[in-house]
Design a binder for this molecule. Sequence first.
Ligand code: FAD
Length: 386
Amino acid sequence: MDPLELLDLDGTLSPEDRDMRAVVRRVVDERVRPHVATWYEEGRVPVRELAAEFGKLGLLGMHLTGYGCAGATATAYGLACLELEAGDSGVRSLVSVQGSLAMFAIHRYGSEEQRQRWLPPMAAGEAIGCFGLTEPDHGSDPAGMATRARRDGGDWVLTGGKMWITNAPVADVAVIWARTDEGVRGFAVPMDTPGVTAREITHKMSLRASSTGEIVLDDVRLPDDARLPGAEGLKAPLSCLTEARYGIVWGALGAARDCLTTALDYAVSREQFGRPIAGFQLTQAKLADMAVELQKGYLLARHLGTLADAGRLRPEQVSVGKLNNVREAIAIARQCRTILGANGISAEYPVMRHANNLESVLTYEGTSEVHQLVIGQKLTGVSAFV
Ligand code: FAD
């Protein structure tokens, strides 16, 4: 059975959400599953082809309104993330970065002209976006960023570098966060601007079906209208991260579900000592515990979705979801791997790939430790960051 259906939660979804989920599940089955092991092994992914496909289905910036975006509910967006990540965390990352980071930043903080220029082609998957906050020396603490933007007449000149930026090597536009004399500001930087270079980060052992890059900004001259006028201070990029983290709360469950369904199928067909390993009580205990954790994570995601749709979701609540669901998804992936024995380490099965991917998911969009500190601050009223 579908381990996410242990508690009959499907019945509480709207028919529209169920239909949308079926569409995403089908596109993952047809366009991702048959190829993803090869993409992963070769460390490359056809970002543009996938973006065009996802754009046709309205999955890019799907929770945004206007400018060609679908205007879906937060719950529908979450379900889409879950199905995409059941294919691969890298594929879900492509959609998260495009919609929740790059498009959201332009939608929320951009000028009308910037929205008109970038959002319709990004929603269609014709233009790829990325989001540059992390730097080589500044990850969990972006307040220390060294990338500078200085005014020069009517222009801005950007100098610095961003590291670990999803989609950067294939992007048409980067939302770049930089320090100015007035504080942190965001810029929509066309990647073909002189002085901008992006290189692929190779030798990754995780999220290999995702393009990750370094961006170098060498005296990049931009007109004033490249600045996102509504973005003032670090709270602007942090609000984008909250959006993307929300998708991860759901997405991680997809990777975990795929591992658990694989382990279930394997356990009933694999025989040792003359009987299916599913018949051993130790195997059933593992499967039962994992199904329980998956259900708990799903209930949490559904609750956060309800809060988001009511406009009441707070950042520390998203931290609860990201911390729990990614942590449990990794635990599930590792446990499923044991059920597959030696086959668990083979790319013939998705389990090890998901387990490796989830190591990135644990780190990006705020590490587990950062989310513990966010929750700790809410509980105690004392910030551990300063
Ligand atoms: P560090 O900040 O150096 O942390 C190292 C360790 O120290 C961690 O365990 C951390 O939790 C711990 N630590 C740090 N501070 C504290 C503290 N105060 N208390 C306790 N522990 C602490 N970034 C982008 O901007 N855009 C992207 O598109 C993007 N995509 C990514 C894709 C991948 C595959 C990966 C791996 C990363 C990506 N990132 C991206 C970067 C990611 O957001 C950072 O890696 C993350 O924020 C952590 O920063 P760091 O790697 O510098 O680790």
